[in-house]
Ligand binder design. Structure first.
Ligand code: C2E
Ligand code: CA
Ligand code: CA
Length: 804
């Protein structure tokens, strides 16, 4: 027979009788299908729901967590409690179990837990109240295992709650009553009646207390006795009112613990009905052999369970305690905490009794927290912590297995700060995210990509046979970055410098490997960015030396050990000294005079350069003023001071200069700042403003090392530059190499066209000087005239009226 059932009807048919409302949701939360039970559970007919956004019915904060859950849950089911407004306007608490169907769809099983929530709330209230009553209270399950005792009980008997939970009140049994007494009591209770009598109990310390005991049975909704409540009052005259068990019943119902008892001799385990029920098993379903128990313990937890169990049986632990997973009747895994205690008869261990608590919710919460602590919130990638952990495992792996190779790649975005500063932090964040996604496409699934912080990323390549593979990957990454990123409609290019360290079993510390990769990355960056470098130990030594140098430099600056030397700048026409260039010198205690080419970059990187640069400027100006005043002939003498790019980028630069000029009494025109082309080109808009401002202050500007950078005269046209300094490399080659001569000549001509004058740097011979004179260069500087010399020597030179 052919059936023509609409698939929706078919599903309806399947779900008929399922008390939970079932919804099929798209990833964006639209209800594609609603089962019949929605009418009962949610108060909406299925037809009212189909096609509507489910999140529209929820509280906004729940709507948010649901849509997040729908997006995130790709592999596992999720539980979520949300509040939904039903047609009557009332808010329902719904427990949602979300199950992945496929990439697009998710099934949501909705159970109304409003009553349970209400119950839990009142339970908490009653439990709190019970803690403060004067009567001792014991609650046992139908079999007599203690599920709850209050504080009065603890006070009176000396037992703590933890010591008696899961035991029976037999621990309190004294010699005052004979066996018949208890038989009567049980007969009474089993028949559903309460029992009231004077009862003498034995406390933990062996002493006795007499209590007026009332024991009442409590029935569950099926009228079955599920628990007993024993209330004890020390006063003998007190009469108990029997109708007061209702709130207690509520309390007991809500106690969600399962009890068990294991008979050691018989090798049988007995579970309380609640224990079974809470896992979805009915009374007969689960046998009572230890194997039955083991069967429902999640396989991955069996070994741990066994270990702890034996440890307790062997007397190594005071209690059996274990957090593990159990497999429920529906095949789901729930987290439980199981605790048990061995009971001796004389010396012989006879039983282990215990209870178990469902801790699934807590575990889920913990797992979520752990996930959060491991992920970088911006990119969703593992963070530095996780990366280090994985790296540690890789190191251990390689130590066990010499054939296992791995590599660490340290990535740092080039010029990220520029993008961040110019386009704003939001764009910067966006770029980091997009960068992470782009890089991930270059990797195998087994590789780990992590954000290490800021604009630094790490990649762990496991199982790579050679450094070539790591190099190849880094090339792939560079190529992948050839394409621009689209940031809000704007094309942005970025590149990355990559340092590679190979795990070879020799380096056994995570920090050391990361550091090596980091050092190699710096190397790559210094080589001109968008490159990769493989770590080798010479880099390490270099880095160490650099670090030493940094420490020494810091100390030298603090102790004012740095000096300024002065190199004359000479007029080619008349051979007279026109000015000086101030050049830093560092007399190192063991290494002699260290060149600024070596330590200025360190000072730039560490930020010393700003205060250092200001000091140079102030000291050079002070010196200039002294010379100008001493020798009337030198009134027009000027001082050139080198500016670092960090200094140039300081907004307060011109104020600082102003202050120095006023302090030292030097005229604005007597100070000449030396900048490089790249400083201007890299920050061209800023340079526009800054140079205009300096010019407005009448300070003179020169371009240093011209010819080594962009060398675009036409570009420089827009800036108010006074002087071009031709780089010494051209001057050096000029006499032998016609191309260099052409360059020098062209620079001079173009500069003159733009009303700039020219200084040739690095003049070392008469020949060079003559040639420069011939091609119209007006000034020269170099060893032919003088090296940079201490102030005293420079002064002597001025005094002697030396000419060339
Ligand atoms: P620079 O500005 O190009 O300085 C000229 C460099 O060339 C100086 O090296 C100088 O001693 C050297 N020199 C001058 N004439 C000749 C010559 O005829 N032949 C040769 N071979 N070299 C010559 P120095 O003093 O080692 O300075 C190196 C660099 O350090 C400077 O290059 C400058 O960029 C930087 N620097 C020096 N002092 C400072 C400072 O106070 N602040 C900043 N930011 N940088 C400075
Ligand atoms: Ca210079
Ligand atoms: Ca120079």
């Amino acid at each position: 027979m052919k059936s023509n059932i609409d698939p929706a009807d078919y599903v309806d048919h399947l779900l008929d009788g399922c008390p939970q409302a079932v919804l099929m949701l798209s990833r964006d939360g639209l209800i594609q299908y609603a089962s019949q039970a929605t009418a009962n559970v949610l108060g909406y007919a299925p037809s009212e729901l189909r096609g509507r956004p489910f999140i529209g019915l929820l509280r906004p904060e729940d709507a948010f967590s649901l849509s997040q859950a729908l997006e995130e849950m790709r592999t596992r089911s999720r539980h979520l409690v949300v509040s939904l407004q039903s047609t009557s306007g009332a808010w329902l608490s719904l427990e949602l179990t979300l199950v992945n169907v496929d990439d697009e769809r998710v099934l949501a099983f909705c159970a109304d837990v409003s009553r349970r929530r209400e119950l839990e709330r009142s339970t908490r209230l009653f439990a709190a109240a019970l803690e403060h009553v004067e009567e001792s209270i014991i609650i046992t399950d139908a079999e007599g295992f203690i599920e709850y005792v209050n504080r009065a009980f603890e006070r009176r008997t000396g037992y703590s709650r933890d010591e008696v939970l899961g035991l029976t009140p037999r621990v309190l049994r004294s010699d005052h009553h004979d066996a018949q007494y208890f038989r009567d009591m049980w007969a009474n209770l089993r028949s559903g009646q309460s029992f009231e009598a004077e009862m003498v109990s034995r406390c933990k310390d062996g002493s006795s207390i007499a209590e007026n005991k009332l024991i009442v049975p409590v029935r569950d909704s099926d009228a079955q006795i599920s628990h007993h409540v024993a209330i004890g009052k020390v006063s003998k005259n007190h009469c108990f009112t029997r109708s007061s068990s209702d709130p207690l019943a509520t309390t007991m119902h809500a106690l969600r613990e399962g009890l068990w008892e294991y008979d050691i001799q018989a090798r049988r385990v007995h579970f309380s009905p609640h224990w079974k029920r809470s896992l979805g098993y009915d009374e007969r379903e689960l046998g009572s052999s230890p194997d039955d128990w083991e069967r429902i313990i999640a396989p991955e937890d069996r070994e741990g369970f066994q270990e702890r169990w034996l440890a307790h049986l062997n007397g190594e632990t005071a209690q059996f305690e274990y957090e593990h997973r159990l497999i429920t009747a529906s095949g789901e895994r729930r987290w439980v905490f199981t605790r048990g205690l061995i009971i001796h008869d004389g010396d012989a261990p006879v039983r282990v009794v215990g209870y178990q608590t469902d801790i699934t919710e807590r575990k889920q919460h913990e797992e979520a927290l752990v996930r959060q602590a491991q992920l970088d919130p911006l990119t969703g990638l593992p963070n530095r912590l996780v990366f280090s952990e994985r790296l540690k495992l890789a190191i251990q792996h390689s130590q066990r297995d010499p054939d296992f190779g791995f590599a660490v790649l340290f990535l740092d975005l080039d010029r990220f700060k520029v993008i961040n500063d110019s386009l704003g932090h939001l764009a910067g964040d966006e770029l980091l995210r997009a960068f992470a996604v782009r890089i991930a496409t270059c990797l195998r699934t087994t590789d780990t990509l992590a954000r290490l912080g800021g604009d630094e990323f790490g990649i762990l390549l496991e199982g790579v046979a050679s450094s070539r593979e790591a190099m190849q990957l880094s090339q792939r990454i560079h190529r992948a970055l050839d394409e621009p990123f689209d940031l809000d409609g704007r094309n942005v290019y970025t590149s990355t410098s990559i340092g590679i360290a190979i795990g070879n079993g020799q380096v056994d510390k995570v920090g050391d490997l990361l550091r090596d990769a980091d050092i190699a990355m710096y190397h790559a960056k210094n080589q001109g960015k968008a490159r990769s470098a493989m770590f080798d130990s010479s880099m390490h030594h270099k880095a160490l030396r650099l670090m030493e140098l940094e420490t020494d430099l810091r100390a030298a600056i603090e102790r004012s050990e740095l000096l300024i030397y002065y190199q004359p700048i000479v007029s080619i026409e008349n051979g007279e000294i026109e000015g000086f260039e101030a050049l830093l010198r560092w007399p190192h205690p063991t290494r002699g005079l260290i060149s600024p080419a070596e330590f200025v970059p360190i000072a730039e990187e560490t930020g010393f350069i700003n205060s250092l640069g200001i000091w140079v400027m102030r000291e050079a100006c002070r010196q200039l003023r002294v010379w100008q005043c001493k020798y009337a002939r030198n009134r027009t003498l000027y001082m050139c001071v080198n500016l670092s790019s960090a200094q140039f980028l300081r907004f307060d630069l011109s104020t600082k200069i102003d202050q120095i000029l006023r302090e030292t009494g030097v005229a604005e025109q007597s100070l000449k700042l030396e900048l490089t082309e790249s400083m201007i080109m890299q920050h061209s808009e800023y340079a526009d403003q800054m140079l205009a401002q300096l010019k407005a202050q009448k300070i003179r500007l020169s371009i240093d090392d011209f010819g080594t950078g962009y060398s675009s005269m036409s570009y420089l046209r827009r800036y108010p530059i006074d002087t071009v300094k031709v780089d010494q490399s051209f001057v050096r080659r000029m006499c032998r190499d016609s191309e260099s001569l052409v360059i020098v000549k062209t620079v001079i001509d173009m500069a003159h066209n733009l009303a700039m004058d020219v200084v040739a740097e690095g003049v070392e011979s008469r020949e060079q000087l003559d040639l420069l004179r011939e091609i119209g260069c007006e000034n020269a500087q170099g060893f032919y005239f003088s090296k940079a010399i201490p102030a005293q020597e420079a002064e002597a030179m001025l005094l002697s009226d030396r000419r060339w």
